[in-house]
Design a protein around this ligand. Sequence first.
Ligand SMILES: C[S@@+](CC[C@H](N)C(=O)[O-])C[C@H]1O[C@@H](n2cnc3c(N)ncnc32)[C@H](O)[C@@H]1O
Length: 190
Amino acid sequence: MERLDAIVEQLRIWQQRINLVAPSTVSEVWTRHVGDSWQLLALAPDARLWVDLGSGGGFPGLVVAAALVDRGGSIHLVESNNKKAAFLRECARIAGLPVKVHAKRIEEFAASFAEAPDIVSARALAPMDKLLDYVEPFLKKGAQALLPKGQDVEQELTQAAISWHIDAELVPSVIEPHAKIVRVLNARRR
Ligand SMILES: C[S@@+](CC[C@H](N)C(=O)[O-])C[C@H]1O[C@@H](n2cnc3c(N)ncnc32)[C@H](O)[C@@H]1O
């Protein structure tokens, strides 16, 4: 809880200078962002090495990091916006989180990252078709992808299935009634 408190405190401070989350959601940060992120941990109880793509204001990446401390795990956050990357670094330092921030584009990170993560996550980054491009290099190394999605998820999966064979399951969100988390076990281009 102390680590999560520190994350929320830093978010509120930095949000006054840079747009880390939609301003309308700041008052609901504990449910809309912290809780929404925390629920991913139950879907990967044994994961220790994690990669979060397009981390932005740190969701789910920083919240996952707060839990990975107790598992002896760590997380790589990939965020190409330098101001957001600076926030992620400073927040991780203050909260004492096992985080490495990569201020680069996902494509560049994926090409140079030599480790095999247990989980790759991405929230609010891209439509499913594009998202699969981003996570495929990690799936090939044995990772599972956890991708929180809104109520249009079925439509996105149908669209993505035109170009991809997708082995995935949908897990209902415990936070948003119509939202789902897509757990991707495998994906390959047709
Ligand atoms: C809409 S925000 C979502 C942030 C966070 N995951 C969340 O759910 O609150 C998407 C973030 O992904 C970053 N991003 C988009 N494309 C990227 C890419 N190709 N490489 C690295 N970061 C990227 C953007 O800078 C932005 O901060």
